[in-house]
Design a binder for this molecule. Structure first.
Ligand SMILES: Nc1nc2c(ncn2[C@@H]2O[C@H](COP(=O)(O)OP(=O)(O)OP(=O)(O)O)[C@@H](O)[C@H]2O)c(=O)[nH]1
Ligand SMILES: [Mg+2]
Length: 275
């Protein structure tokens, strides 16, 4: 079985379409038993986009939101983690993600019928790409609208299992990042900080950035002197640093079980550097 499938497998790989490739594996049960390699996050597909809290989906599956300053690399991180180049719209122009974009995991026959409707009751988890904050050129009223929307969303959304706070490793914990952290901390839910663009730092700078971030997070304690469930890691979409660590953390925070990964799986090309 393994040998018979090899030419088809190779041709699908050459197509560089992980969905097609995965669908082939999914449709070949004996094969799957031999090669189970993709992350569950690779199953992500666009679900919906919303602009007002009242339009948030009525799904009950746990969701994890990617928050951070505009241009920090949220959309890029989603693309790398889902291994889909164009899933979340990443761009050199700050302020590109202006709506709340939802991507679903589960509820679809991965890649087999790309356009088949997602079965809402079968969705296992959702990834949420939030609009970036701190983008200077947004008008005052639009800024207020987004700030209120983000604050209300992270504080009130019950389905939100955890927050991924994406920060540029060269300038983490800006005033608005701290505001986001302090909005969410009282919920008692975990925050996983991802220090992106680590390719811009040398080894020493990376070590320092991580240590300082840990110190910053450890400085938060509740009224009983207990720390918060905050974690941090380095990440680079460009050099593929920290991708497995982020994947495993997100899978865990969403309560999913990942499949074993194959080191030969087809990966999307690295992103363009922004500067
Ligand atoms: N060097 C480097 N550049 C990166 C990395 N991640 C993202 N970028 C670049 O940073 C720019 C912004 O990335 P996005 O993912 O669009 O940022 P965003 O946080 O979604 O921005 P908004 O949608 O405006 O909130 C793009 O040019 C990316 O290619 C990285 O790890 N290293
Ligand atoms: Mg974006």
């Amino acid at each position: 079985m393994q040998r018979a499938c090899e030419p088809i497998k190779a041709s699908l790989r050459n197509n560089r379409n992980p969905l097609l490739y995965n669908s082939f594996l999914a449709s070949s049960p004996p094969f799957v038993a031999i090669f189970q390699f993709m992350s569950k996050l690779w199953q992500a597909r666009f679900f919906t986009t919303v602009n007002q809290l009242r339009d948030l989906p009525t799904t009950t599956a746990p969701e994890i939101a990617f928050a951070g300053r505009s241009n920090a690399g949220k959309s890029t991180a989603i693309n790398i983690l889902t291994n889909q180049k164009g899933l979340a719209f990443a761009s050199k122009t700050p302020g590109r993600t202006q709506h709340i974009n939802y991507f679903s995991i589960g509820g679809a026959h991965v890649g087999q019928h790309r356009k088949d409707p997602t079965r809402i009751d079968e969705i296992e988890a959702l990834l949420v790409d939030l609009p970036g904050y701190g983008y200077a050129e947004v008008s005052g009223s639009a800024k207020l609208h987004w700030q209120k929307l983000l604050g209300d969303y992270v504080q009130r959304r019950e389905q939100l299992a955890a927050l991924v706070l994406i920060m540029d490793s060269r300038r983490p914990f800006t005033e608005l990042d701290i505001q986001m952290l302090e909005w969410f901390a009282p919920t008692g839910k975990p925050i996983h900080c991802i220090l992106t663009k680590a390719d811009k730092l040398n080894r020493n700078e990376s070590t320092n950035a991580l240590r300082q971030a840990r110190q910053m997070l450890d400085s938060y304690v509740d009224e009983d002197g207990e720390g918060f469930p905050f974690t941090v890691q380095l990440f680079s979409a460009l050099k593929r640093i920290g991708i497995d660590e982020a994947n495993d953390k997100i899978i865990d925070l969403l309560g999913l079980t990942d499949v074993e990964r194959d080191p030969n799986a087809v990966l999307i090309d690295p992103v363009d550097s922004d500067d």
